[in-house]
Design a binder for this molecule. Sequence first.
Ligand SMILES: Nc1ncnc2c1ncn2[C@@H]1O[C@H](COP(=O)(O)OP(=O)(O)OP(=O)(O)O)[C@@H](O)[C@H]1O
Length: 892
Amino acid sequence: MADRRAQLVTRVRGMLSDALGATRARLAAADAELTAGQQRLTKVRRAADAVPERVGAERDRRLAQLDTGQQARIADLAERAAEAARREAPGAASADWSGWQPTPSGPAEPPGAVRVGTLRIPGTVPVPALVPLLDAGHVHLSGADLAGDEAVVPALLLRSLGRTDPGAVRLIGYDPEHLGGGLAGFAPLTAAGLLTFVGPGGLGRLLDDLVEQIRRINETVLAGEYGSLRELAAATGRRPEPWRVAVLLGGDELNRHERGQLDRVVRTGTACGVHLVVRGVPLPEHPTVTRIVIGRDGARIGGPPGLAARLDPPPPAPLVTETCRTLAATVNAGPAPAPFAELLPPVEQMWQDDSATGLTAPIGSAANGRQVQLTLGDYPPHALIGGPSGTGKTNLIFAWIGALAARYSPDQLEFYLLDFKEGVSFARFAQGRRDPSWLPHMRLVGINVNTDREFGLALLRFLAEELRRRADAAKKHEVTKLAELRAVDPGGRWPRIVAVVDEFQMLLAGRDVVAREAADLLEDLARRGRSQGIHLVLASQDVRGIEALWGRPALVAQFTLRIALPKALRILAERNDAAQSLPRHHAVVNAESGMAEGNQVARIPSASDWESWSELQHRLWRMRPPDAAPARLFDGDAIPRLAEAPDFRALRADGTDRRAPVALLGEIIDVQARSAVLRLPRAPGRNLAVLGTRVDEACAVLDAAARSLARQHAPGTARFSIACLDPDADPAARALYEELADDAAWYDEETVPELMAETAEGLGRAGTPSVPHYLLLFAVDAAAGQLAGPAGRRSGLEQLRRILHDGPERRTHVLAWWRGVARMRVDLGGPAARTDQIGAWVALDVQGGELSSSLYPGTGGPDWYPRPWRGLFFDRSVHRTGQVVIPYGPAR
Ligand SMILES: Nc1ncnc2c1ncn2[C@@H]1O[C@H](COP(=O)(O)OP(=O)(O)OP(=O)(O)O)[C@@H](O)[C@H]1O
């Protein structure tokens, strides 16, 4: 048992020992594992301890990187924003107040936004804080700081004024609390109507008015064609309406109607240039409203929350007042003239229009920017232009002529122009000494014709003749109108004729034959000219001129096109007083005989200054047809020259002309610069008497007569006997004597009886002398004493009478100057003596009454009022009435 126990014990011990050993081994292993684990842990801990430091450094590095990038980007964006702002708001829209001055944008260019301060963005270049107003929207100001908005409102307004043309912005102030004090600096604008104040209680009316303006602009100016004035301006280059900026600075709460109107203005005003700058009045939400909330430390613009901005200081008060004063003065001085080029077609379209049915050209622009056209044709056929002196009639005529001449070629249109007032501005249409160009359409320019109403008559006679020619041609082709005549006669030249007579009342003044005939001719031309393409344009500054027409309603009725310049009276119909309120350089154009419903107001461009005209004239002149001749210039103040007279140049001495010789006495007042011609055939009475005391004119008439006769005779084939009995006439007579050289003989007081005796004796001989003999007697009446004594069988005077009586049939003609009609009658045999041997005379300073009884048909003598360097020529064999002549000047 004991063994078994011992065995058991041993076995147990053995087992225990094994277990212990195994346990120890496991323990050791566990220990080792623990140690290794601990070591790992320490390592991991150590490693773990190092991690946050690295990550933080990385994060910080990244953050720093981002920060720098962001700063650079913000700086870049700020720079770009500043640059864009400079472009959007150049010049006056953003310049600092020191050195600030207006810099208007062009008419087609929008004025852009304006600066009120600087955006707060730290660390960048300053970025201007811009607020859009004109053509862009409305501004609403609010906030605690009154001083702040006292800076914003003047800045907005002054900058807006500075970005637009003078007069293009109208301000309406409503400041019931300070009664305009908020806009005090702008007060000078009131003088030019650019600022109006609406008193307390006037807000409703003010808003109604703005709504009405918007309605009118939409209806008549934009007229469905443009979406806004800004679009219209961009498309046409014109801004026909001003911007209207209403500045509303507080007041009572709005009633329902006012709120409704304010809403309408906010919604629809911008397109029509109607804007609001408002404080203390709520504005509805709308994208066009920019809100500025002003606090003590700056403002927030736009939003909410909006951009933080530092506001600019207000513009210095003297700058505001001075700018406004200058603007008002500029506006009061009137608008800058519209350019003449507005009326002209593009160069490639010049002379492309056809005048078969009429002549149409623009004369200016209407308020809506569209051109106002003038038409002359079957209807309306003729025009009346009226306006007091200085209102622009001459300019309007220039503008109209230019607009027409640029459209129609000289084959389509001809002008005849007559200016009865003093001045030479129309002379530039003709060729001049300094400027060789002329207007190719111009056929005749008459200037300084105020004392030569006969020239007006000559023009009307010429037109009447042309009317007859056209009517005959129309009849021949069995048509009635110019358009039809041109269709059936395509090879013919049938331009429309426009005859312009400035100050035409001069032509109709008085009750003499000239006025009567002129009125008759005018009436006929006005009535029948319409269908033959002859159009009359009559201009007058003087209501009396129009009254001359008023007596002839049939004549007036033909002038259906009326053009009234500012303050013109009686050009328009009786109750149509549109001309009374016209601004400078505008005209009422009315093709309805002046009835109010036909009124169109046009702004007339400046066309009368030399430069604007000259460019066009030179262009058209270069386009002229190769055979174009310059216009005839009749200058009443100029003295014509014999050597330049077409009739003188046409005279020949080659024996080919079998007609009787002619003496040219002066230029007649007509359209073609013809000469007064005295034919000297072998017929009784073919002598000439020059009557009056004016030495120079008398010498000029005899000189031209002798020189023109000499030109028809080869040397040695005519005799000229010159007797001069007035020392004052001596130089002229001597010059003539020398000119005629071998064909001339000289006589004086002593020798003149010999001339009479010898010539009279010659007439007694049989046969006709082989050469003509012309006796040129200067101041022959001074020889009465010498001639009274016997010279041969008779007295010298008797011989003179015989020569006068018998000479012409024997080729002996007397061309003599008597210094008075009575003296001539004495020389002819006494007051009752016959005068039929004086077949022709030129009266100088002799009253018409003195020329009655036997010198002139009828009783009382001709209608003749002497005037310098003019004579009245009457040839009883050809004339019914006298003809005014301008003696040729002394040869140079
Ligand atoms: N549309 C215009 N734009 C700019 N200037 C103008 C315009 N019309 C006229 N003027 C200027 O006004 C002045 C007077 O004009 P104009 O000579 O045409 O007047 P008028 O009525 O013919 O005067 P008058 O009968 O005394 O000759 C001129 O200096 C002219 O250049």
